[in-house]
Write a protein that binds this ligand. Sequence first.
Ligand SMILES: Cc1cc2nc3c(=O)[nH]c(=O)nc-3n(C[C@H](O)[C@H](O)[C@H](O)COP(=O)(O)O)c2cc1C
Length: 229
Amino acid sequence: MVASDEANASAEITRARVNYAVPGLAEEDVAETPLSQFSKWLTEAQMANVPEPNAMSLATSGPEGPQVRVVLAKDIDEYGVTFFTNLDSVKAQDLAQDSRAAAVFAWLAQHRQVRLRGSVVPLDRDVAAEYFATRARGAQIGAWASPQSEVISSRAELVERIRQIEERFPEDAPVPLPDRWGGYRIKPVAIEFWQGQPSRLHDRIRFQSRQADARLDDASAWKSERLAP
Ligand SMILES: Cc1cc2nc3c(=O)[nH]c(=O)nc-3n(C[C@H](O)[C@H](O)[C@H](O)COP(=O)(O)O)c2cc1C
């Protein structure tokens, strides 16, 4: 980008305005439980062809302060939201120190976001193994080969690591779960459903848990409130 392009891009961002002329989120339309409201919106995002609607930005905090990155939610059920990653990555190190995390799903085509926060627990190894077995072989090899979040000298180093791992696991045999790869579950204590509305008067409905380990399908375990936009 040359300097004038940068100036133009910056001016365009400053001017950019999207008016959210879509149906709002009224209290009477919100599902009784956070799980059914999430499922309804996720289905609508899928039907609207939102790219990777299960992608969420995941924030953790650690010695270098907060960090955020995108991961894929692989399951959302009454117990929480699960994702998989390298257990030596920055996010895993952060979570080992401070198990609290926050996440946001942004479904911008529908002017929606879902924010959640809660504590994160590691998934059992057998759950991770079961999921790992469903991944494409290339992704399995990659999980073995990539020291996620570490500095590497070049792409060639990564390619060489992959070659070595491919040699180690014969093509006709299953690739086992790497020791340093696994899953986590975010157990939300708050989930907010945000629907963009005209004139920035957006609808925000937040479920807050009334008790520890509130199941996302238990209406009595949550209270819902409207927040100012
Ligand atoms: C659409 C998308 C999906 C991703 N899904 C995952 C994922 O499920 N797990 C993962 O470890 N990294 C995933 N990543 C890569 C992460 O954003 C990040 O680069 C990586 O996990 C290292 O993060 P960390 O150094 O903060 O631990 C994804 C990135 C994108 C853009």
